[in-house]
Structures are given as C-alpha cells and as structure tokens.
Design a protein around this ligand. Structure first.
Ligand SMILES: [Zn+2]
Length: 139
C-alpha cells in the first residue's frame, strides 16, 4: 500500500467543484493514473437510494470507466466519493462497502471544518489508515 499519494491540485479543485455541484447528494467515481498520465477522475452516477449518505456506483458507468482506464493504459488508484456534510473520514458504510481493497478511498468533504476537505484512506480490514496526499501543480 502506498504511503503517500501525489495528486494534481487541479484534480482536487475539480473534485470539490463536482461535490459542491451535487448539493446534498454524494458523488462517486474512479481515479486512475498511468506512467504517461497525471491522475484523472472518471465520475460515475450514484444510484444509492439514500444518496445523501451512501453511494452505489452505476454498473454501466463503472464498466465503461474500467474499459477506458484499461484502454488508456492506466491503473485504478482510488475510488472517490463525497460527504456533502461532515468530515472526509470513512463512515461505517464506507468501511463495509469498499469493493476494491487495492484502491484507496478518497473522500471529498467540501464542508469539512476539522481537517482537510479531501483525504485518502487505505481501507484495511481492521481500521482505515490515512494516506497523506501531496498536492502538486503538475505531474
Ligand atoms: Zn462515505
């Protein structure tokens, strides 16, 4: 598992814009990167019935995103979602529902006040472990 995650500041800004634009509904998607590419996001529709505090990625969007990632020679880095209210810390549902253990959980919380608005977590079985994000101008 990576100890630190390097992401472009522009990606962070785009994630915050996407989260704010969704209002009270959680956003979700994939972040992938390749040797020749800076990390990019693949937004996916949230199909959860309780989309204010859950996310359930649209199956067709998810298949299309994984295909695009493969075709671009990228690998999955993180699964992102937002917390419209509160902090960028994994909820109990996030801990139970993280489907890709090799990918980090990136949580976008535009309203966070106690800590950073975007945080990354390695979702280990025992407890999530925070991974430091290094925001850079370009990769
Ligand atoms: Zn969550």
């Amino acid at each position: 598992m990576v100890a630190r995650l390097k992401l472009p500041s522009a990606l962070g800004d785009a994630l915050l814009d996407e989260a704010r634009g969704a209002g009270a509904v959680e956003i979700c998607g994939l972040i992938a990167a390749g040797e020749a590419h800076a990390p990019v996001r693949y937004p996916i529709a949230n199909r959860a019935a309780r989309a204010a505090d859950r996310f359930d990625m649209d199956a067709a969007d998810q298949i299309a995103a994984f295909k695009a990632i493969r075709e671009a020679g990228q690998t999955l880095v993180a699964i992102y979602h937002s917390h419209p209210r509160g902090e960028a810390e994994p909820s109990i549902h996030d801990r139970r529902g993280h489907s890709y253990p090799e990918a980090l959980a990136l949580i976008v919380a535009p309203a966070a006040v106690r800590a950073a608005r975007i945080r990354a977590w390695a979702m280990q079985a025992s407890a999530p472990v925070e991974v430091t994000i290094d925001w850079v101008d370009a990769l």
